[in-house]
Design a protein around this ligand. Structure first.
Ligand SMILES: [Zn+2]
Length: 407
């Protein structure tokens, strides 16, 4: 794989070329098979940065091309030996050319999507600036996803009043299959990486919560994942970001979506929280994401489910099947707490799971190792927030995390 960046003011264009051993089908770090659509993309920054460290450009490119790279990657300018080592150690991919020294930065920014999890991060870190990724169309790929309202989400991020950098990119259209999206989940950070020098960023906080970090995530694994390749500090991506001087921080990595929902609903940005990508004046209320989040929302507010989704809808189908489910811990939590669940599309799932308030109480507290793995300069405010506002899991509760998927 060979990558080259060209800049035109604040617009950065990436072009990449596959080597003979590379293939247009590859795997995301989460195991999803991906097919390449096109070999170019751009990132539009709000202004031309004064400085641009080569490791930041290299890592931004790597978040896009990693799935299709088999043996080596050649960047268009030398990367630090530390960064090249991180790629070789993490992926077994030879990286170069090598030269120069690594960078560092001091501030933390939040990769803010506008959903409940990133709103919870915003509540924990009230002074941190936001960087928001906005999808824009690609000049060479038809946009068949016009219902995806990235403009609405960017507008909501503006309305929060927080210091905000919006970066626009068409990088999701490098993916032909399964659909446009981030080639690696970390590609959402491409704009933050290119702005990291300008903003003096040393860390980027993501809204990945307990399920994504420690329980194997939604559609993927369903087991305890201390060595999570994507989100652990010592994993391949954690080490690559650290080498580029932009540490991954997961402020809500130790708490469930019940906690992030509660924090989001009680936060100053609650009016701007939006987890649905389809609605304009509000969440669409008809997609699978809306149904899932409504279950959590209703559980947190201890009220009946408010939805027009009926059993005959496709998005209700998986809840008629036996587990395991993606995000199963939250299905258990919701089924145990929503009044009248047996009258809803979750009735069968609730019967399969047999969860109770007692059996899901561990999902209301923080898993201590998640805070311990936050890099030291940024750990204390997160620790103190968890200690005073949420509380830490007991050893028995922590064991629920560590035996997840095995009992
Ligand atoms: Zn929706």
């Amino acid at each position: 794989m060979r990558v080259a960046w060209e800049s035109d003011g604040g617009v950065w264009h990436l072009a990449f070329r596959l080597d003979a051993e590379d293939s247009i089908t590859g795997l995301c770090s989460d195991g999803q098979a991906l097919k390449l659509a096109t070999n170019s993309m751009r990132v539009e920054l709000p202004r031309a940065p004064r400085e641009m460290h080569p490791d930041l450009l290299a890592l931004a490119a790597w978040t896009v091309v990693a799935p299709w790279t088999r043996r080596r990657i050649v960047f268009d300018r030398p990367v630090s030996p530390e960064f090249a080592d991180a790629i070789e150690t993490g992926w077994g991919i030879q990286a170069g050319p090598v030269g120069g020294s690594p960078r560092s930065g001091s501030r933390l920014a939040i990769s803010y999507s506008g959903g409940a999890d990133s709103a919870a991060v915003a509540a924990i870190l009230p002074d941190a600036p936001f960087v928001h990724f906005q999808r824009v169309p690609h000049p060479r790929v038809p946009n068949r996803w016009t219902h995806y309202r990235a403009d609405v989400l960017a507008g909501l991020a503006e309305q929060t009043g927080r210091e905000l950098t919006v970066v626009r990119s068409d990088l999701e259209f490098t993916l032909a299959e399964p659909r446009p999206g981030y080639p690696e989940h970390h590609a959402v950070a491409a704009g933050a990486l290119l702005m990291a020098g300008e903003l003096d960023l040393g860390a980027l906080a993501f809204g990945y919560e307990l399920g994504s970090r420690w329980l194997g995530g939604g559609r993927y694994l369903h087991r305890h994942t201390p060595d999570n390749l994507m989100w652990s500090q010592h994993g391949a991506w954690g080490q690559a970001f650290a080498a580029a001087g932009l540490h991954i921080v997961l402020p809500v990595g130790g708490v469930s979506e019940a906690v992030t929902m509660r924090l989001a609903l009680g936060s100053p940005v609650r009016e701007q929280v939006r987890w649905c990508l389809r609605g304009t004046d509000g969440p669409c209320g008809t997609c699978g994401k809306c149904l899932y989040k409504e279950l959590i929302h209703a559980a947190v507010e201890r009220r009946p489910l408010r939805t027009s989704i009926t059993l005959d809808r496709g998005v209700a189908r998986k809840w008629q099947q036996p587990p395991p489910y993606g995000g199963q811990e939250m299905i258990e939590y919701g089924c145990a707490r929503v009044p009248g669940i047996e009258e809803t599309v979750f009735a069968k799932a609730a019967a399969f799971l047999g969860a109770t308030e007692a059996s899901t109480a561990w999902l209301e507290r923080c898993y201590p190792p998640a805070v311990e793995e936050v890099p030291e300069p940024w750990r204390k405010p997160i620790h103190d927030f968890m200690a005073t506002e949420i509380g830490f899991m007991s050893e028995d509760e922590a064991r629920r995390v560590e035996t997840w998927g095995t009992t």
